[in-house]
Design a protein around this ligand. Sequence first.
Ligand code: DX5
Ligand code: ZN
Length: 246
Amino acid sequence: APKAIIAPSILSADFAQLGADCARTMDQGADWLHVDIMDGHFVPNITFGAPVVAKIRKHVDKPAAGLGRGTFDCHMMIAEPKKWVKEFQKAGCDLYCFHYEAAFSSAAESPEAAATDAKTNPKDLVRYIHGLGLLAGVALKPATGVEVLTELLESPDPKERPDMVLIMTVEPGFGGQKFMASELPKVQALRQKYPDLNIEVDGGLGPGTIDQAADAGANVIVAGSAVFGARDPAEVISLLRTTVDS
Ligand code: DX5
Ligand code: ZN
């Protein structure tokens, strides 16, 4: 499996001093920042948008290339993911991770209808994100099975293949929820089929749950409350990393 990437979720930071909190988390050993974008529609909560991302970008060095240190991993919990790619690219987002469930835009009545509509299917969205020079991620809510990703992950065209898959281990919307171990078979199934895939887990991760997630094969670890609520965040980040890499 690929090496550990630790991505603290700034949802648990102090929004009144977000820039300083982001810089400090990087100093404490984070690889990426996980940036949760919620629109109050796809999920029952609202965070912030591209203008805030542009402001905090200045507090963290841009990655030199690829999935390097300082990557802004934007987790788009929004109903119209295609609409905001350009805006977030301009703001300094590096990896645009949309929800599979939202990729079928409101223009299409159903996933079946959307699959035939080149403008609204997930494949076209991955291609569009790549075309704007960003890395692409696809996120799955607990109710969505991994089989929906086969076509994307096995596309003969690399422009259609996501750079990362995010398996939610809570219902998206809030930090500090209980880890759902029931989602780990999805991680296992993906790891078995795709040894080199970046597989991210998000929700309820921390010292008490990292063993299970690492065993299942996850390598990109999001942690919000476990990092920002820790007495010693650097120690937690290092523990998460060691567990994945050992
Ligand atoms: C939840 C967000 C998560 C959240 C995780 O919808 O996607 O990134 O911040 O928070 P913890 O680690 O506290 O469960
Ligand atoms: Zn998230």
